[in-house]
Design a protein around this ligand. Sequence first.
Ligand code: SF4
Length: 136
Amino acid sequence: MTTRRRFIEIMPLAGAALLAACGEKKAAVPEPSAPAPVTVPAPAPSVAAPAPATAADPAAAAPLDEKSEKAVGLGYVSDAKNADTTKYKTYVAGQVCSNCALFQGKANDASGPCPLFAGNSVAAKGWCSAYSKKLT
Ligand code: SF4
């Protein structure tokens, strides 16, 4: 049993040697370098953006051109009487932008914003195929 006794004698020494080796290895790992200083860029000079058209200021937006691609796509006309009833069979006399749920102008405004044509105003007496009766 000399081998067993010898093993028992050696184990604590081997464990200590292993711990020492690990400690040395850990010390050999380079320390992470300090983080680079963060530079904050100076704020750019502010440029006043043009204010979007609002219901309070319908005249601020340019009137929607009936011939523009987006207007033609929805069959918009600045006078509902000119609606293409052959193409848009949902049109019913009396439907106009001013009584459409999407019209954002005031009751007596001649024109106002419509979210479908952002950046332009639509005529209060206009119409398009997305008309949806305003609920009162
Ligand atoms: Fe006029 Fe309504 Fe069409 Fe907008 S959605 S253009 S308010 S009919």
